[in-house]
Design a protein around this ligand. Structure first.
Ligand code: MV4
Length: 501
């Protein structure tokens, strides 16, 4: 087993990975930018090495430097977390070339899945359902328009080098086709330095459901059920859960089988995720594969009892994955909320600053994976996600109620957070019934945002409260149900006593 692992990441995921290393008796080495010098993950690590620099470009993406540190200080393996270098095939290859272990899939698997047309081709060749569309990159625009007509509008133009919704164009009829193709290609060239685009039929009001897979070098490939990720805003996931209330055991088995097959045909090893779209007739289609540990991996951990980081480390060290009999061993329901340093009632504007006070949630069924602490400074340089709350319950209802309770317990001063918005989503009757698609937030704007509070009756009260809140940047998340556990007034009191000190 590895004696020392370098974690090439920051924030909550760096802490998450180090926790498992602790449990496995593995020494941890952090690398950090100047902005992160005092971050919890730097203190958590057994050793920490400065990368210098401020932006990602100047720090966490400097892979020669990171590999150099690993070699100099005797780390045998590098865990990339998510984002940054995690899906960079050249990095994975360079790590290997330097005699170190990349805790993730083989570079070839990253490469093929990183190219969305290559990935589609591979899936089609192996009988895995994909969205109807072009198999190859578009070269001839007239031919492409013929294809679009054959598929039937609306269609989506996607960038081969894209993913995660970047560089997508919706085309509703023939008249828009050429302009859209040219625009998409131009955008793809600018964003990914690759103008290759392809066409898919537009699946209307789909659910986004993804399957967690694990593959080891002994030839074992299993799936760990699904995560329902339809609650998104601008291609950013907001809430994830497992299991999905949409799937029957029969459909789950079918999709799981396709996910395992997808992992096998690309020669996968480590933890990975197969994303599917599911339409209203419960047809499912392969969308893309994420060749990394994902932000939302904890919901799978909570229902399976597995530690996915431990599995990744075991697999990277050439050992078998922990045996897992079947989904019959899974228990209960888990929900994750991503907490962002953003103001949901001002179009999710970033909310940088110092966390003046922090008392997070705990109690039955609550897990928090956080990257911050009281006194942390939230900068504008990196992703604004500061923490993840995960609630486990014996059923979906209990998981929702526990999450709501935890969100109301959470006390944070100095920055705005998305907590008030998350509460509104969890309280929404359609969310509670499990009746939603990827359009949920867009379609329920009126109930999810408070910008329409402007009646004369509440205006003066709201103005007064706003003033206080603006000063202290307190999120008003409790002006309903007389919830005394998280009252604004209590927070304001706390803020004032902090000021006196
Ligand atoms: C689609 C689609 C409908 N039809 N592809 C967005 C993220 C990227 N992974 C692919 N995405 C979509 N691809 C076809 N053929 C709709 C989306 C989509 C979406 C997917 C999952 C979750 C949220 C979404 C929000 C808007 C669009």
């Amino acid at each position: 087993m590895f004696k020392k692992i370098l974690i090439a990441n920051r924030g909550e995921i760096a802490v998450r990975i180090m926790r498992t290393c602790q449990e496995m008796d593995i020494t941890t080495a952090a690398v950090f930018s100047e902005v992160d010098r005092k971050s919890p993950f730097v203190y958590y690590a057994d050793e920490a090495y400065p990368l210098g620099g401020i932006t990602s470009q100047e720090s966490y993406l400097k892979w020669e430097k990171i590999i150099g540190i690993a070699k100099e200080y005797g780390a045998e393996a590098i865990h990339p977390g998510y984002g940054f270098l995690s899906e960079n095939a050249d990095f994975a290859e360079a790590v290997f070339a330097e005699g170190l272990t990349f805790i993730g899939p083989p570079a070839d698997a990253i490469r093929v899945m990183g190219n969305k047309t290559e990935a589609r081709k591979l899936m089609i060749a192996n009988g895995i359902p994909t969205v109807p569309g072009t198999e190859d990159a578009i070269k001839d625009k007239d031919k492409a328009r013929q294809t679009a007509r054959k598929i039937g509008y609306p269609i989506l133009i996607k960038a081969a080098a894209g993913g995660g919704g970047k560089g997508m164009r919706l085309v509703e009829d023939d008249g828009q086709f050429f302009e859209a193709i040219e625009g998409a290609a131009r955008e793809a060239k600018a964003a990914f330095n690759d103008s290759t685009v392809y066409i898919e039929k537009f699946v209307e009001e789909p659910r986004h459901i993804e399957f967690q897979i694990l593959a080891d070098s002994k030839g074992n490939v299993i799936h760990l059920g699904e995560r329902e990720c339809s609650i998104q805003r601008r291609h950013q996931k907001v809430i994830e859960e497992s299991p999905s209330s949409l799937l029957t055991n029969e459909l789950r088995a079918k999709m799981g089988k396709a996910a395992v097959q997808a992992a096998k045909v690309c020669g996968y090893r480590s933890a990975g995720t197969i994303e599917f779209l599911v339409d209203k007739n419960l047809n499912f289609y392969f969308l893309e594969m994420n060749t990394r540990l994902q932000v939302e991996h904890p919901v799978t951990e909570m229902v399976s009892g597995l530690d996915l980081v431990k599995e990744q480390i075991l697999i990277a060290a050439g050992k078998s994955m922990t045996s897992l009999k079947s989904l019959d061993d899974f228990w209960g329901h888990a929900i994750e909320c991503r907490l962002y340093a953003e103001n949901p009632d001002n179009n999710f504007a970033p909310s940088p600053g110092e966390i003046l006070f922090l008392k997070s949630a705990d109690g039955p069924g609550i897990r928090e994976d956080s990257g911050v602490t009281q006194g942390s400074e939230i900068s504008l340089y990196y992703d604004p996600m500061i923490s993840k709350l995960i609630a486990w319950g014996s059923d979906r209802r209990q998981a929702i109620m526990r999450m709501l309770r935890a969100l109301r317990e959470y006390e944070i001063l100095g920055i705005h957070t998305t907590i008030p918005f998350l509460i509104r989503v969890l309280e929404h009757p359609l969310f509670q019934k499990g009746k939603f698609t990827t359009k949920f937030i867009e379609e329920n704007r009126e109930q999810l945002f408070v910008e329409n509070i402007n009646t004369a009756e509440v205006a003066s009260f709201a103005a007064a409260l706003d003033q206080i809140n603006e000063k202290s940047k307190i999120s008003i998340y409790n002006n309903h149900k007389n919830n005394k556990h998280g009252s604004s007034w209590k927070l304001i009191h706390r803020q004032q006593s902090l000021r006196k000190k």
